[in-house]
Design a binder for this molecule. Structure first.
Ligand code: HBI
Ligand code: FE
Length: 286
């Protein structure tokens, strides 16, 4: 096994944290659960408990109900056991990866209903913030909604769309959709907006900020509008897009994006935070 080339955010100015030498050609690897230390499990438990405590009133009900499927917060879950439960529920599995993987490999796994989860956990001094996704972000943020049938199908369709986008050189546009839905999405409920995005749900501070702060702009979900919108990777988001339901998300993204990419490229990009003249401003939750 020759391993694969590591992937990092930015220009590779930080060394990769995972062991890419042990990954297979599809970038999956063994979880090596036995290698986690007692401190690793303890850090996972502290992260889990901090986030679980702030879900009521901030996370959507679907997420709150599904988070129990992760199993005991006392230790980092075994991916194979979690996969068994997930497969019985929505025919998805989780697979271990060393960390960030190339877009095409990422899309391919999603299209096969295999969700890549980073094996390593952050350091204790990164309790409040870690730049790259770690096992806590990937599991706590992403896996609960994979137990939701409609969201599960959306994720697979996104992967299939990603493979197509790679051939059309449109990954940047499609990545914005992922960013503003899967990572930082909000959903309307009778009690006000709630979070469903993994980047928000696994964040110490952004969960409350995204749902309650008067500062950022919140506008209704609009596919081409999202594809025109830049995003920030190292601060709280300046814009959030609000869906009405997971079915809306699935239906809006079902058609072939090929004509949309051309239309989006012909229009100007939009800075994060801007609200367009015709757009509804959705208020923060009380
Ligand atoms: N790799 N492990 C991992 N996790 C991600 O969320 C991820 C990735 N590679 C690419 C990627 N995300 C992004 O390009 C998405 O925007 C598509
Ligand atoms: Fe993520």
């Amino acid at each position: 096994n020759q391993g694969v080339a590591p992937v990092t955010y930015g220009q590779g100015d930080r060394p990769p944290r995972g062991d890419y030498a042990r990954a297979r050609a599809d970038y999956t690897c063994e979880q090596d659960w036995a290698a986690y230390t007692a401190q690793d499990h303890e850090l996972y438990r502290r992260l889990y408990e901090r986030q679980a405590a702030q879900l009521p009133g901030l996370a959507c009900t679907e997420f709150i109900e599904a988070v129990q499927h992760l199993g005991t917060p006392q230790r980092i879950p075994r991916f194979d056991e979690l996969s068994d439960r997930l497969y019985r529920s929505t025919r998805w599995e989780v697979v271990a990866v060393p960390g960030l993987i190339p877009e095409e490999a990422f899309f391919k796994l999603l299209s096969e209903r295999r969700f890549p989860v980073t094996g390593w956990i952050r350091k204790p001094e990164e309790f409040d913030y870690v730049v790259e996704p770690d096992v806590f972000h990937d599991l706590f943020g992403h896996v609960p909604l994979l137990f939701n049938p409609v969201f599960a199908d959306y994720m697979q369709a996104y992967g299939a769309g990603g493979l197509k986008a790679s051939r059309l050189d449109a990954c940047e546009l499609l990545a914005r959709l992922y960013w503003y839905t899967v990572e930082f999405g909000l959903i309307r409920t009778p009690d006000g907006v709630r979070a469903y995005g993994a980047g928000i749900l696994s964040s110490a501070g952004e969960l409350r900020y995204s749902v309650r702060s008067p500062e950022p702009s919140r506008v209704p979900f609009d596919l081409t509008r999202i594809m025109r919108t830049r995003y920030k990777i190292d601060t709280y988001q300046a814009s959030y897009f609000v869906i009405d339901s997971f079915q809306q998300l699935f239906d809006a993204t079902a058609p072939d994006f090929t004509p949309l990419y051309a239309a989006v490229r012909a229009q100007e990009e939009i800075d994060a935070g801007r609200v367009l003249p015709h757009e509804e401003r959705i208020p923060p939750a009380a």
